[in-house]
Write a protein that binds this ligand. Sequence first.
Ligand code: SD4
Length: 345
Amino acid sequence: MSNRRKFLRSSFLSSFGLLLGRKLHAGGPYPRLAGNPVVISTWDTGLAANAGAWKILGSNGRALDAVETGVRVTEDEINCCVGLGANPDRDGFVTLDACIMDEKGNCGSVGFLERIKHPISVARRVMEKTPHVMLVGSGAQQFAVAEGFHLEEQKLSDDAKKAYEQWLKKSEYKPVINIENTRSGGAGHGPSAPTRLSNGDWNHDTIGMVAMDAAGDLSGSCTTSGMGFKMRGRLGDSPIIGAGLFVDNEVGACTATGQGEDVIRMCGSHTVVELMRQGMSPEQACKAAVERIIRIKGEKAKEIQVAFLALNKKGETGAFAIQKGFSYALKNNKEERMYTAKSWY
Ligand code: SD4
């Protein structure tokens, strides 16, 4: 055989081998961990949300169904930062953002959605029933209604009304706040969801959830009303795939909470997943992402809260935040509890 033919033959075989190798490794760098479902979600409201998700995960259901069902629990609660009971924008309207992503890289999202109780389920319909990833505003609402979602009355919850009336006294628009407040979500002082509590801790309530099911597949969800008293039309990181949420079934999944603008700037959740792909543990990856925000923001990082929460394909979990006070809920076959994340400050 001539040298040229030998070369062609061997390069064909090695490309074929590579292709085959790829296929063999389609499960990713980690072996599939079956039979150990786990769910983690942000903040204290995560406990009840995890319990909702566990109804599915604990009976061998799919992670995608679990993360939708789980965060619907929070969307049903009266909460500063999730669902229709949440704080409004500065014009007095509650506008909701949500996204969802499954183990196959399918994803769906809604932003600036009004008068619909379960934006996470609309996001799932966008994923499953449209050729698109994202629908926003009146288009998203129109789609939701066409899909049978009920158009709720435009009315603030009692808590939100009180918080908004308080805010209106000054109508002070500050994209960042770092002061104590009466209602988690920035009542009285500006459009930011982060609030500093009297003990110095920071509070938010957006719910981000990532889970692995008994088959070893990953999914995630994220839903929020965003910053209280934000500008009308503002979108945060929570409906943006790669920012507020990212899932890669070969590696892991991550969700973010906190000041969305700063998460969007560095594609937060995607960054964390890519760092895990390079071999970092979930906590190391979340910390490295926080450090990147701190490098970008310098001293201004002192005034904001951002936290990342991640899960890898081995079922390991971890988190890291800029400020202290970020808590997350974990549920697996052995435990159901809150953890407090380490933080930069
Ligand atoms: C946003 N990331 O809209 C959300 C807010 C948040 O807990 O996480 N609040 O920027």
